[in-house]
Design a protein. Structure first.
Ligand SMILES: Cc1cc2nc3c(=O)[nH]c(=O)nc-3n(C[C@H](O)[C@H](O)[C@H](O)COP(=O)(O)OP(=O)(O)OC[C@H]3O[C@@H](n4cnc5c(N)ncnc54)[C@H](O)[C@@H]3O)c2cc1C
Length: 418
């Protein structure tokens, strides 16, 4: 029987691993709870009407159609039976493995306030992105219908909690929508009066960047009409809005971009984990007590050059490649590669149209040039010529026309109208 490799998660780490195992004589089963691989770095563009869902996600089956040794299963893994060497799927079905790779990513963390999720959705999946897009667009529609000024202003107040790259990218585009794209289209409201708030409990926005880049991003956002609040935490979230410190703010649209928690892999494995729930792995990315179980990407805690590897796409892809090299070496009875070493690819974030910050060691770039470099880099990392062309054309159209193209409100809104 061929060596059975079971990979759970077709995100950046899992898909990279499967791609790098090409040509190896083995049997691979790739399990994901969704039928698509998602390019999360551009999710915020779906949430804010710039791109549509099919431009940033690809059916996993299609991506791997030529790999006869790969079986793709659409299912949710709910456990791992380590003594039996089987993964357990929802519904009870079991899949046996010789080598197991868990690359199930991360989800939002509400720091113990999970009840906030209904009123402050996070951005992780395509469903999250379309939910946020719907709420954004409905907020303007409801403001247009509002009977009084207080209700109108509550609908026109948008609060994004968390000022990492996702939070910054979201407010940049929301401000553009309100201040530049929508004003012509409404008759009873002036969308330029919308209040767009970026809230960060820490002392500054974009904490992973240097202070100068962070200061630039703050003033660029403020120049676009965003209110930036730092140093004060949000203490409550409800359908009415937020409480910032002890100040209630009526805001009908609240978005959570503040924290992540690793997937539940640690519970399946009974493994040691860090505070974010990431499984502690060895420098070969395997469990300390089982070299046949790899844990990769946002679900793993591994150190490189004495520092924890960050939860970013390049780190996940590099781990996928490294684990693939290790598995290949083992099956071919060759020497294994050394410990995993993370190669930092720089920090990037956009601040709306024509502005971005890029930082790679002491190299710093900002403004319109950074925005173009950011765009080209993201197009390069998309899968397939069709997606690259579609995204490039969408961006070109938006750039030339000043109009966002993905502005349809679809699906039922579950939010109360109030
Ligand atoms: C909004 C947003 C913006 C981001 N922007 C950037 C950026 O600009 N640059 C950057 O480098 N990084 C960015 N990141 C982080 C980056 O996307 C992650 O670090 C990366 O996706 C991690 O890859 P992964 O393979 O570990 O997990 P993921 O890519 O999240 O993949 C995990 C996969 O596992 C599947 N899965 C989860 N649980 C189960 C289960 N129980 N059963 C079956 N399947 C399961 C999921 O469906 C998913 O397909 C962003 C993340 C988000 C959410």
């Amino acid at each position: 029987m061929k060596h059975r490799i079971v990979v759970v998660g077709a995100g950046f780490a899992g898909l990279q691993l499967v791609q790098d195992l090409r040509g190896l004589d083995c049997q691979i089963t790739l399990i994901d709870q969704r039928n698509h691989h998602l390019f999360q770095p551009l999710l915020y563009q779906v949430a804010t009407t710039l791109l549509s869902t099919s431009e940033i996600a690809w059916p996993i089956r299609r991506v791997l159609r030529e790999r006869k040794e790969v079986t793709t299963l659409l299912s949710t893994v709910e456990g791992v039976d380590r003594p039996a060497r089987e993964v357990v799927l929802r519904g009870g079905q079991r899949i046996g493995y010789d080598t197991l790779v868990l690359a199930t990513g991360a989800r939002h963390a509400y720091f113990g306030k999970d009840q906030w999720e209904a009123d402050a959705p996070g951005l992780k999946t395509l469903e999250d992105a379309t939910t946020i897009r719907r709420r954004l667009l409905l907020a303007f529609e409801r403001a247009e219908l509002a009977a009084d000024e207080t209700g109108r202003q509550a609908h026109l107040t948008f609060a994004v909690i968390g000022a990492g790259p996702t939070g910054v990218e979201l407010v940049g585009i929301i401000a553009e929508l309100a201040h530049r794209i929508l004003p012509q289209e409404f008759r009873h409201i002036d969308t330029r009066k919308a209040r767009v708030m970026l809230i960060e409990a820490g002392p500054r926005i974009l904490p992973a960047f240097s202070e100068t880049q962070s200061d630039y991003a703050k003033s660029a956002l403020e120049g676009r009409g965003v209110e930036v609040h730092t140093g004060t935490p949000v203490t409550d979230v409800s359908a009415k809005g937020i409480v910032l410190g002890d100040q209630p703010i009526a805001a009908r649209t609240v978005i959570w971009a503040a924290g992540v928690q690793a997937s539940r892999a640690k519970d399946w494995l009974g493994a040691e984990a860090d505070r974010a729930g990431r499984v502690m792995v060895t420098p070969t990315l395997t469990l300390p007590d089982d070299p046949q179980i790899f844990v990769l990407g946002d679900t793993a805690h591994v150190e490189s050059d004495g520092k924890p590897v960050p939860g970013v796409a390049p780190a996940a892809k590099q781990q996928g490649s490294h684990a693939a090299r290790t598995i290949r070496a083992r099956l071919l009875d060759r020497p294994e590669p050394g410990p995993f070493r993370y190669r930092h690819m720089g920090n990037l974030a956009t601040i709306g149209r024509n502005a971005a910050v890029i930082e790679y060691g002491s190299f710093k770039l900002r403004g319109w040039l950074a925005w173009w470099v950011w765009g080209i880099a993201h197009i390069y990392f998309l899968i397939g010529a069709r997606s690259r062309l579609m995204v490039a054309l969408s961006w070109l159209w938006i750039f030339l026309s000043g109009q966002n193209s993905a502005r349809l409100i679809t699906q039922k809104e579950t939010l109360k109208d109030g």
